[in-house]
Design a protein. Structure first.
Length: 262
């Protein structure tokens, strides 16, 4: 039987389970970057445009280009009212369709672990950013237990059930990001850990987002109803509710930034 793979062919579903996490972590990330208004940005792996919308609302970019390989994600991004000034187009992180020195800032938001060749992806961001410009990224520390749906992953591991991970998960570790940024020749390289939390009205509200994630959905599809119920009960036990029934989850992402020499 082939290994299950993470697929992103439904922008609306991705928006439901990941965009809220992306935006809360993205806000912390942008505070750390402290960008200037009027910059020209490229958002590599822009997905549904959740991060692009943050940049538009908070930092008044002169231009924002979003690149993503998924047409479904891009369709959703183009429909996002808060990112209408952005331009979204299909493309790959390893071959950005722009000339050298085109932007003031290049960012990857929750993307670097999906890039088949992270070294090439960072090099491409460096290439399209002007001397003195910024190259930055943040990504969930999946291998370190930082993914927002780690309670589900932990229960799957406890049951010896395999689940798909992004192809370059190691690239999201803090030391790996430090190495990628310095190896790309960037200056003033810094790294940062982002920790965020979200509360859900009850466990079912959490589960309704967890069960449709790209990593979890194919696993559940291969289970019987009884097996799903057992897994769900195990995850619930890992997320104790407060007196009002709310459950709170935390997630951790690693971030890196650096300046293009010039």
């Amino acid at each position: 039987m082939p290994e299950p793979q993470i697929r992103y062919d439904d922008g609306a579903t991705y928006e439901r389970y990941m965009a809220p996490w992306s935006q809360v972590a993205g806000g912390v990330f942008l505070d750390w970057l402290a960008p200037q208004p009027g910059w020209r940005w490229i958002d590599v792996g822009c997905g549904t445009g959740a991060f692009a919308e943050l940049v538009v609302s908070r930092h008044a970019p002169a231009e924002l280009q979003g690149i993503d390989p998924s047409s479904a994600q891009l369709d959703f991004a183009r429909s996002r009212p808060g990112a209408r000034m952005a331009e979204f187009r299909q493309g790959e992180a390893g071959a950005l369709p722009f000339p050298d020195d085109r932007f003031d800032a290049a960012v990857m938001a929750l993307v670097i672990f999906f890039v088949p060749g992270p070294v090439k992806g960072v090099a491409e961001m460096v290439r399209v950013v002007r001397p003195g410009g910024m190259v930055a990224a943040y990504a969930w520390d999946i291998l370190g237990g930082g993914f927002p749906f780690e309670p589900v992953f932990a229960e799957l591991r406890a049951r010896d059930l395999k689940f798909p991970l992004p192809p370059s998960s190691e690239a999201a570790r803090l030391r790996a990001m430090q190495s990628l940024w310095t190896g790309a020749g960037l200056e003033a390289v810094e790294t940062f850990e982002i920790t965020v939390q979200r509360s859900f009205t009850n466990f079912d509200a959490y589960w309704s987002t967890a069960e449709v994630t790209g990593a979890v959905k194919p696993i559940l599809a291969a289970m019987t109803a009884g097996e799903v119920d057992q897994l769900k009960a195990g995850v619930c036990a890992r997320l104790p509710a407060d007196v009002a029934g709310r459950v709170t989850c935390s997630a951790r992402a690693n971030a890196a930034k650096g300046r293009v020499p010039g």
